[in-house]
Design a protein around this ligand. Structure first.
Ligand code: SF4
Length: 194
């Protein structure tokens, strides 16, 4: 299959459990949802004919020590396109692979850090993983709906936008009252990096 990719760039992971870690971000084009709080442009970009071609492009952007290679597959919704062939090609180039997904599609085996960021309760297919990162608050998608699921880390991330300050205060209060959850800040926005 071919892969539609909006952009590939190297930066520091800004949010969640891996915040601060150098990574190549591969942002896939397209999403199955249209959240009104979405802060990501995932339209347009390039097409890669094969998994090997896309993995080559990611490797070119990394240009760092191979043993620390880290790629974050994101979107849009990456699981509309990520498949076993791409996982194999990236692992073959020494990359540790993280993915950030809304959790509504099955994931191929072998992903090293599976981060699910639910946008609804009903459609959630991926009910286990490494990190559950919830944008907060979302109507009808409360943290309590996910607290019982087998994830290693629970991150609560204030929703960006005009109410960010209020949302941050609410997220802090929630974490303090429910210490299973850790605050996730979008540090790249504070730092002015991508
Ligand atoms: S699931 Fe994520 S990428 Fe897709 S529209 Fe919602 S916030 Fe944007």
């Amino acid at each position: 299959m071919s892969y539609a990719v909006k952009e590939i760039f190297k930066t520091l992971q800004g949010e969640g459990a891996q915040a601060g870690r150098p990574a190549v971000f591969c942002r896939f084009a397209g999403c199955n949802l249209a959240c009104d709080f979405c802060d990501t442009d995932f339209t347009g970009g390039d097409s890669f004919a094969t998994a090997a071609a896309l993995a080559d492009a990611i490797e070119q952007v990394w240009q760092g020590a191979r043993e620390h290679g880290f790629v974050v597959l994101t979107g849009g919704e990456p699981l509309l396109q990520v498949d076993a062939a791409l996982i194999e090609q990236l692992h073959g180039r020494g990359f540790e692979i993280a993915i950030e997904t809304n959790g509504m599609f099955d994931a191929p085996a072998g992903i090293d850090w599976l981060c699910v960021s639910p946008k609804s309760i009903d459609g959630l297919k991926l009910q286990r993983g490494d990190e559950l990162k919830l944008v907060y608050p979302q109507d009808d998608v409360p943290p309590e709906a996910f607290a019982h699921l087998p994830f290693r880390r629970f991150s609560l991330q204030p929703m960006d936008g005009p109410a960010l300050a209020d949302n941050t205060a609410r997220a802090i209060a929630y974490c303090l009252a429910h210490p299973q959850w850790q605050l996730s800040l979008q540090t790249h926005k504070y730092l002015g990096i991508r």
